[in-house]
Design a protein around this ligand. Structure first.
Ligand code: S3P
Length: 448
């Protein structure tokens, strides 16, 4: 069962070697929190106000899905207002819920819909149709959700029939994934009992924090050395709230690394969320010798944030432990670019999850580096990058495979390489960072 999809004509783009990057930049709102703020708005009765929402395509798809399930969403100046219907009162959507490129939106909404007596069809673009959804459908099946249709062993398009009485389960996630954890917790919101998710390595905790913020009873306990046990009491009455979305550390990563590798640069990246489960890249860059000053630490919207002053630095290769992967899972492509400019080898360990992101990022990164003249190797699930001590040839074409982070990473490489670097298609940048080109150009980047 496949339906025709509109595939835009690819738009190639080149990043030219740039002079020093200078100035201040405020990255867009965090994508994870933006998706969740719309979902929590839908599941609360009354009006939730969201400031700083990421207006990227991925998040707008979640907004459209929330509307199809009964929410009314409007803009009020810079704020987004979500008038929700509450847990247990969602409407059956009339058409397919089309999530475009968005793994997070689709997976979290599978949990939301699964916890209601609703039938819905989930679909997306060619990238989303390749991504594994069994990891979500399996725990949902234990809760009573029926999969009526699916493609290719648990891939979109998928039709599910949700349940009015989700069975309260205790579930240990097979991989550290906030998406799996969140889908189960969202379904558990309409369960008559207690839903427990155990993760042996902690993944980002925005869902748990926002559950508490919107009034659910949720308990988070340590589990083993690095894991967590999250227990949620079902059927709370969520109250609407005012969410202030901090700047996305995964989007900030591009300006941070660009400033480190373009000689003479000094950039201040403002309001970056410093949640400990999201800042593995900063830890790694500091180990590599990066000059990143953490200024004005403060709390915004319930999260630690800071301004980061980044100065061009001579980086050295490091060994990045597998245990750090959950806290920097989306940052490996841009870390690989930093590693290409370092002195010595960087080994990034345990990257199996990169194979199931918007593209097979392990292969896409290695291929793009090869195009830029960088020595690299994939050994099992590890990526090795041989740094050029500040010198990278550039000059090739990186194939983006509908992956926004591959696109932005190789554009950043082009700013610091000897020759311009091209990407085959810039469209997907709009999924997470629509102002990327304009923001970077204001710092001195040149694109053609
Ligand atoms: C996300 C979780 C991560 C991350 C994704 C956003 C989230 O995925 O890669 O971009 O908002 O929950 P996994 O949980 O599957 O690792």
């Amino acid at each position: 069962m496949t339906s025709p999809q509109i595939i835009p004509v690819p738009a190639a783009l080149r990043a030219e070697p740039a002079g020093p990057l200078r100035g201040r930049l405020r990255p867009p709102g965090d994508k994870s929190i933006s998706h969740r703020s719309l979902i929590f708005g839908l599941l609360s009765i009354g009006e939730t106000r969201v400031d700083g929402l990421l207006e990227g395509d991925d998040v707008l798809r979640t907004a459209a899905a929330a509307e199809a399930l009964g929410a009314t969403i409007t803009r009020d100046g810079a704020s987004w207002l979500v008038r929700g219907v509450g847990i247990g009162s969602l409407l059956a959507p009339r058409g397919t819920l089309d999530f475009g490129n968005a793994g997070t939106g689709s997976r979290l909404m599978l949990g939301v819909v699964g916890g209601h007596p609703i039938k819905a069809r989930f679909d997306g673009d060619a990238s989303l149709r390749k991504r594994p959804m069994r990891r979500i459908l399996d725990p949902l099946a234990l809760m009573g959700v029926k999969v009526l249709e699916q493609a290719d062993g648990g891939r979109c398009p998928i039709v599910i029939q949700g349940t009015a009485e989700p069975v309260p389960i205790e579930y240990k996630t097979p991989v550290a994934s906030a998406q799996i954890k969140s889908a189960i917790l969202f379904a558990g919101l309409n369960s008559p009992g207690r839903t427990v998710v155990i993760e042996t390595e902690a993944s980002r905790d925005h869902t748990e924090k926002m559950l508490a913020f919107f009034g659910a009873s949720v308990k988070v306990e340590p589990f083993g050395d690095a894991g967590r046990k999250i227990s949620l009491e079902g059927r709370p009455e969520l109250h609407p709230a005012h969410v202030v979305v901090p700047a996305d550390p995964s989007s900030a990563a591009f300006a941070i690394v660009a400033a480190l590798i373009v000689p003479g640069s000094e950039v201040v990246v403002e309001g970056v969320m410093m949640n400990p489960l999201r800042i593995g890249l900063i830890t790694t860059l500091l180990e590599m010798g990066a000059s990143i000053e953490i200024l004005d630490r403060r709390i915004e919207g319930g999260e630690d944030v800071a301004d980061l002053r980044v100065t061009a630095s001579a980086l050295r290769g490091v060994d990045v432990p597998a245990a750090r992967a959950p806290s920097m899972i989306d940052e490996y492509p841009i870390l690989a670019v930093a590693a290409a400019f370092a002195t010595g080898t960087t080994r990034m360990r345990g990257l199996h999850e990169l194979r199931v992101k918007e593209s097979d990022r392990l292969v896409a990164v290695a291929d793009g580096l090869a195009q830029a003249g960088v020595d690299r190797a994939i050994e099992g699930d590890d990526l090795l990058v041989e740094g050029g001590a500040g010198e990278v040839r550039g000059g090739g074409l990186a194939v983006t495979h509908l992956d926004h982070r591959i696109a932005m990473s190789f554009l950043c490489l082009g700013l610091a390489a000897r020759n311009a670097m091209a990407i085959d298609d810039e469209h997907m940048i709009a999924t997470s960072y629509p102002r990327f080109k304009a923001d970077m150009a204001r710092l001195g980047a040149r694109f053609s």
